[in-house]
Design a binder for this molecule. Structure first.
Ligand code: HSE
Length: 434
């Protein structure tokens, strides 16, 4: 490599790509001081060159044709920031086959096609890094891969989606209902282009699949993860939660057991005194428990131009060390090793405490019928609240908190309870995290 210069091409000049270009242009001296390399933003491809990004690109080759970057023998590192499955997958594959390192923030792609892409990278002696795919600017992947490399991971759990955390914070603090809080999150620009991916829990599940794969050294496809979103949560549930000293957060959870790992994303009740309860608005936070280190917490901005670009540039600098090696030397295994085949424990076999909210007719015997079914399935109630009805149809909310119970038993009990003609369909079942 001449003059210890790294040539970089960016494919996709949207929010994140713009941030990467900005860092490479504005922090050039800082990056050189820190790594003894010059980072040269050689070319950028994007389909839309009419938008003003407030960047001076006079020294950068700008094109609408990504293949000009992928086929350029001078480019050492390709940054993919277009997102989505195609053409991102084809572009990344081609870059790797052309023996260029690739950096991406594309969580959906890594969580589904990661294994295929790692294989292509390995076959071509290059790396594919994706620090920015989880937790935006939080160095969680490097944290697991490097800082905590000496540990087996017993649990990793936290808030991995800023949009839903923003919505739940607004519902909790300002008493907004779900629809109004979502509108506000969209106005602030946190939500994905299609907010369904955020509110259904899919975005958090993509990120959990990535963390779980790293933690278990096995590729865990996101489709295998149990996912529930936050659309069923009402103002009423928020205020019930508060009355119990709890709050509701969308948690992504990874836990290792002797016989496998448990991965799930669902709205979860946590104590108001838990550190995660204080993680508000669009911020992300992840707890990691390693067998040697114990508990650690990673906290910070999980999205946005500058934090995400900060993570991408950390991968660029990391990969650039390879380019200093002599012919034949390889700085190997930086990327994740997914050689194991861990067992995923089905959700039915997991034990939790539960929050159950039913809307029931206000008449004698209702409570005993419900608690009777729970008892039949071995589920013990720990607290109960019923409010007076303010609804015209005279339905009342009843909330039950249970002791630990098996998911399978809870599911069976719920099916039976929902058959009662005095129970409305709009119930909510949440898990309590301890
Ligand atoms: N929509 C995502 C979020 C953006 O709300 O966290 C970052 O991945």
């Amino acid at each position: 490599m001449e003059n210890r210069q790294v040539n970089i091409g960016i494919i996709g000049l949207g929010t994140v790509g713009t941030g990467v270009a900005r860092i490479l242009l504005e922090q050039k001296e800082l990056l050189k001081t820190r790594s003894s390399l010059t980072y040269n933003l050689k070319s950028i491809s994007d389909l839309d060159w009419n938008r003003d990004r407030n960047l001076d690109l006079s020294q950068v080759y700008c094109t609408t044709n990504a293949h000009e970057i992928l086929d350029d023998p001078d480019i050492n590192i390709v940054v993919e920031t277009i997102g989505g499955y195609e053409p991102a997958f084809s572009f990344i594959s081609k870059a790797l086959k052309n023996r260029k390192h690739v950096v991406t923030a594309n969580k959906a792609l890594i969580a589904t096609k990661g294994m295929e892409l790692y294989k292509i990278a390995q076959e071509n002696d290059v790396d594919l890094l994706f620090e920015a795919s989880v937790g935006g600017g939080i160095p969680i992947i490097k944290g697991l891969r490097e800082g905590l490399v000496a540990n087996r991971f017993e649990s990793i759990y936290g808030i991995l989606n800023g949009t839903t955390n923003y919505i739940l914070t607004k519902m909790h603090r300002e008493g907004l209902d779900f629809a109004d809080a979502l509108k506000e999150a969209q106005r602030k620009g946190f939500a994905e282009a299609n907010p369904t991916l955020d509110i259904s829990g899919g975005d958090a599940a993509h990120k959990l699949a990535i963390l779980g794969s790293i933690a278990s050294n096995s590729f865990i496809p996101f489709e295998k993860i149990y996912v529930e979103g936050i659309t069923g949560i009402t103002k009423l549930d928020m205020s019930f939660a508060q009355s119990f000293g709890l709050t509701i957060k969308l948690l992504a959870i990874y836990r290792r057991y002797e016989d496998g790992v448990d991965l799930r994303v669902h709205p979860t009740l946590i104590s108001n005194t838990h550190l995660l309860a204080a993680v508000s608005n669009e911020l992300n936070a992840i707890f990691v428990k390693g067998d040697f280190v114990g508990n650690t917490m990673f906290y910070g901005p999980g999205a946005g131009e500058r934090p995400t670009a900060s993570a991408i540039v950390s991968d660029i600098v990391d990969l650039s060390r390879d380019l200093l090696l002599k012919e034949g030397e390889k700085y190997s295994n930086r990327a994740i090793s997914l050689t194991q085949n861990v067992r995923l424990i089905p959700i039915e076999d997991i034990q939790s405490r539960f929050y159950l909210r039913f809307m029931t007719a206000d008449k004698p015997g209702v409570l005993s019928m419900i608690s009777g079914v729970l008892a039949e399935y071995g589920i013990s109630i720990s607290s109960m609240v019923q409010l007076e009805s303010h609804e015209k149809d005279n339905y009342v909310p009843i909330v039950l908190l249970t002791h630990e119970a098996l998911e399978r038993s809870m599911e069976q009990a719920l099916q039976k309870i929902l058959k009662f003609d005095f129970v409305r369909e709009d119930y909510l079942r949440l898990r309590i995290f301890e």
